[in-house]
Design a protein around this ligand. Structure first.
Ligand code: CAA
Length: 419
């Protein structure tokens, strides 16, 4: 039957025509049958590998790394050897060749063990390695991507400046023509991995006459091109490094320009469209960890002669946590799937980050409440989850910026050209 005749057909017959039509269109192409809620065997395998590694090598050290403000330096080598620093990078460029959803699953597992490790890997992969792969020339791809994907070099994304946070287009770092290339000077702030990065994706203004987002270009710098001026003291996420950088007349050739001159802001925005899905996965991982501790505690802790899980007040907290975790997970995995299918994902990623990060802040606080006084102490990890969760509402775009991105999209206020 012909779907064009649908209005004429009634009830069950109409449904059958629709089903035949979908099957006919889909054939064996799984991308045409998107409504699947199970992971593939490969995705499960990568998830298990990341979980086992994170629970054995990261989680037992997380409290110490939080206290000492840094993970063990050998962790990078271990992550690299396991392929976890290049999960979604093609094998020909030194990566594991998995899809973006697999990468998101890895971030979730790492963040469940230690959110500082999660953001280190997230920035390295989605904010540095992927944009070089996507926007780089063949020469840039083969030169910069394999060392990043293998973990021989760690990446940092240098966009933010003291006067350019949410208003990223206001950045002042200047790239002035010098010889065949540019001389770059300026300062960057709150740069994740800044203190040990070997590759820095840096945004600078190549057109000083042009204010705002236009006139910005993206550059691939080496660690030696920047100087660390300060290590930030933070509320949480202490195992990750956040530093201020000075760029002092760094001389670079044309081979260091990523994408076209003056198109750097679009590179930054397209990068953040994907990066935000990773931060949403981080928020998901932190909340999962808090829920796991709260649930176990509620089933063990006895007050008034019974387990506190038997009180409705505690049951409702756990029910809300479990429900919101499910909702966040669906948003995050859908956004990841849209990205790997090459479909528009800015709105879906912003929604996933907005929901997951606000959930993480609320539900890690509720986990402390379930544990009561114990939750407020360092005897349990939930106070760390609470401190770590807060940043997910701020970096890679605050919740206010996510709402702006979503609002512009749903209201059709800005139609974007692909970068
Ligand atoms: N994809 C491609 N291009 C895009 C785009 C996108 N998603 N969004 C905007 N652009 C392009 C636009 O098309 C426009 O180009 P044209 O002028 O050629 O049309 C240009 O970029 C400017 O766009 P807007 O007019 O929308 O720019 P705006 O000044 O209104 O700002 C904004 C947009 C959404 C507020 C943006 O500034 C923003 O995202 N701010 C938040 C910054 C942020 O997320 N920082 C995170 C720092 S990194 C980090 O946190 C890492 C870490 O440590 C974890």
């Amino acid at each position: 039957m012909d779907v064009g005749r649908l209005p004429e057909i009634e009830g069950l017959a109409r449904l059958r025509v629709c089903a035949e039509h979908v099957q006919g269109e889909a054939g064996h192409d799984y991308t045409r049958r998107p409504m699947r809620f199970s992971l593939s065997d490969d995705q499960r395998e990568i998830q298990s590998l990341a979980r086992e590694f994170a629970q054995a090598e990261i989680e037992p050290n997380a409290a110490t790394w939080d206290r000492e403000h840094g993970f063990a330096p050998e962790l990078i080598g271990k992550l690299g050897r396991l392929g976890l620093l290049g999960v979604c990078i093609p094998e020909e460029y030194g990566g594991a060749g998995a899809d973006f959803l697999s990468y998101v699953l890895v971030l979730e597992e790492l963040s469940r063990a230690d959110a500082g490790v999660g953001v280190t890997v997230a920035v390295h992969t989605s904010a540095v390695t992927l944009p070089i792969l996507i926007f780089g020339t063949d020469e840039q791809r083969s030169r910069f991507v394999p060392p990043l994907a293998r973990g021989e070099s760690v990446g940092a994304f240098a966009l933010t400046e003291p006067e350019a946070g949410s208003d990223a287009g206001a950045l002042r770092t200047a790239a002035i023509p010098a010889g065949e290339g540019w001389s770059i000077s300026g300062s960057k702030q709150w740069i994740t991995n800044g203190s040990f990065a070997g590759t820095v994706l840096l945004f600078a203004r190549t057109d000083p006459e042009m204010p705002g987002p236009k006139g910005v270009s993206a550059f691939i710098l080496d660690g030696e091109h920047v100087r660390v001026t300060r290590e930030e003291e933070k509320l949480g996420l202490n195992s990750s490094s956040t530093s201020d950088l000075a760029i002092e007349a760094a001389e670079v050739g044309r081979d260091r320009l990523l994408h076209e001159e003056g198109k750097g802001f679009a590179v930054a925005m397209a990068t953040l469209d994907g990066g935000r899905i990773g931060i949403a996965a981080q928020a998901l991982g932190i909340t999962q960890a808090a829920y796991d501790v709260a649930r176990t505690y509620a089933l063990e802790r006895r007050q008034f002669g019974q387990r506190i899980a038997e009180f409705q007040a505690v049951q409702w907290k756990l029910a809300d946590m479990a429900t919101q975790l499910d909702a966040a997970r669906l948003l995050v995995y859908r956004a990841a799937w849209l990205k790997q299918e090459g479909r528009p994902h800015a709105e879906a990623g912003a929604k996933a980050k907005l929901f997951a990060s606000e959930m993480a802040r609320r539900q890690t606080a509720e986990a402390i409440q379930v544990l009561g006084g114990y939750g407020y102490t360092k005897e349990f990890p939930v106070e760390r989850y609470y401190r770590d969760a807060k940043i997910t509402e701020i970096y890679e775009g605050t919740s206010e910026i996510q709402r702006l991105v979503i609002a512009r999209s749903i209201l059709g206020l800005r139609e974007r050209e692909p970068a």
